[in-house]
Ligand binder design. Structure first.
Ligand SMILES: [Zn+2]
Length: 159
């Protein structure tokens, strides 16, 4: 026995039991099929609601791949993050001074004389640092000796 879902012309839906689909066709042809509600013999077979749903899976939610993290901005060191241009300039200047101070020889108050000796090749050429008065500085510059003044902030261990 098989079950067919049937629909009459009046819109009534009902089930009919048949030995086979040929049996259903035969009964229909002979007008043996009638609607239990309105006795209409205009019956047609409709897809079974139950079977139509078999195997039909509920729509799955679309898997949205997690978006890759936006590439982080580069070009700035972490300690510069969030600082304004002025603060960054101060930081760079401070680093330049540090490099200058660590790579040069501290000759202290002998700086003007030593700078002059190096310029005139009386001393081995090297980077030196030290103190010079404004007058001494001007004399060195006047002689064409390349010197640079840096307002080195007072800091322990520099002198
Ligand atoms: Zn009916």
């Amino acid at each position: 026995m098989i079950v067919f879902d049937l629909l009459c012309s009046g819109g009534h839906r009902f089930e009919g039991w048949f030995g086979s689909s040929a049996d259903f066709a035969s009964q229909k042809e002979r007008g043996l099929l009638s609607c239990p509600s309105c006795a209409s013999t205009n019956i047609k077979r409709v897809p079974s609601a139950t079977r139509a749903n078999l195997g039909a899976e509920p729509p799955k939610p679309l898997k949205v791949p997690s978006a890759p993290n936006a590439p982080q901005q580069s070009g700035k060191t972490p300690d510069m993050e969030g600082k304004d241009a002025f603060a960054i300039a101060q930081m760079l200047y401070s680093r330049m001074l540090d490099e200058l101070l660590t790579k040069s020889e501290d000759v202290g108050r002998e700086f003007p004389a030593e700078a002059r000796k190096i310029f005139y090749r009386e001393s081995p050429e090297r980077a030196i640092r030290g103190q010079a008065t404004q007058e001494e500085h001007d004399e060195l510059v006047g002689e064409g000796i390349p010197v640079a003044r840096f307002p080195v902030p007072p800091k322990e261990g520099l002198n």
